[in-house]
Ligand binder design. Structure first.
Ligand code: KMH
Ligand code: ZN
Length: 275
């Protein structure tokens, strides 16, 4: 099986610093997290940015500082969010793409998100995708619900996206598709040929789904964005969540991808060329 790509979704948009002391808020903290997670076995970092007070921002300067801090401390693939936070406009969400990160997420449809609605109409998706194309940023297709894969195929039929792509199944968000093995298998079966995929299980489903993905030949996303606990009642650090996946993979005989091996698997330019 191909080496395992482990993505760390280190911060997200929904958590507050009051919920966990391990949330990287500043660019410097993101740099420290990147270094620790690289050491633990991650090859990619999914980036949201916060102001110093912990609130969400799409400020390009803040993303630039975060990217510089991550690159100064690691060779991780830098993947920006374009989902941002609930309430941001599509233009705000796409703004940091001007910095040309190697990858960025593209959520492939509107979905209930707790009591909120995470809005991704076709005009929003087309607009974000156009900015990715403009700045030569590789998408990671975020699939929160079964219909999202159909939406991605529709974008492809419009000529805005060419399969195969890298796809991340985010399962277990309240209001979206449950984090079950049956759902994961169904989604993987529905992928266009040649796609690579990872799974991000939310909350207590993070580890079971990661384990299944390792066995299936998929890839894994872990991190505080999706799950703040290591075990019941015990808050996790990002690097601990990465290290645990590495141990599970070792037990299952699956090697871990370095960032450059991950770049090869995802057909991205190698690190030197990317910077
Ligand atoms: N914060 C969520 C509303 C992404 O990063 O691409 C959306 C999100 C998805 O986190
Ligand atoms: Zn995110």
């Amino acid at each position: 099986m191909a080496p395992l790509i482990i993505t760390v979704a280190a911060v997200g948009a929904e958590l507050t610093p009051e919920q966990t002391p391990h949330l990287p808020i500043t660019p410097a903290q993101l740099g420290e997290t990147a270094a620790a997670c690289r050491l633990a076995g991650a090859s990619m970092i999914h980036v949201h940015c916060r102001r110093d007070d912990g609130t969400n921002t799409s400020d390009v300067g803040r993303f630039r500082d975060a990217m510089n801090a991550i690159r100064a401390s690691s060779d991780l693939i830098v993947q920006f969010t374009t989902g941002g936070a609930i309430g941001m406009t599509a233009a705000e969400r796409a703004g940091p793409l001007v910095l040309r990160p190697e990858m960025a997420t593209l959520t492939c449809g509107t979905v209930n998100f707790g009591d909120d609605v995470f809005e991704n109409s076709f005009p929003i998706m087309r607009g974000i995708l156009a900015e990715m194309t403009r700045y030569d940023v590789r998408p990671e297709l975020e699939i929160f619900d079964a219909g999202h894969l159909s939406n991605a195929k529709r974008l492809a039929s419009e000529g805005l996206l060419a399969f195969p792509q890298h796809v991340d199944f985010v399962l277990g968000v309240p209001g979206a598709l449950d984090a079950s093995v049956r759902n994961l298998v169904h989604l993987v079966d529905a992928l266009p040929a040649g796609c690579t995929w990872s799974v991000a299980g939310v909350g207590r489903d993070q580890l079971p789904l990661a384990t299944v993905a390792i066995a299936m030949g998929g890839h894994v996303r872990v991190g505080l964005e999706d799950n703040i606990y290591y075990s019941k009642g015990r808050l996790a650090r990002n690097d601990e969540l990465v290290a645990r996946v590495v141990r599970v993979a070792a037990e299952l005989g699956r090697p871990i991808a370095t960032p450059d091996e991950a770049r090869s698997l995802l057909a991205l330019p190698q690190a030197v060329a990317a910077r």
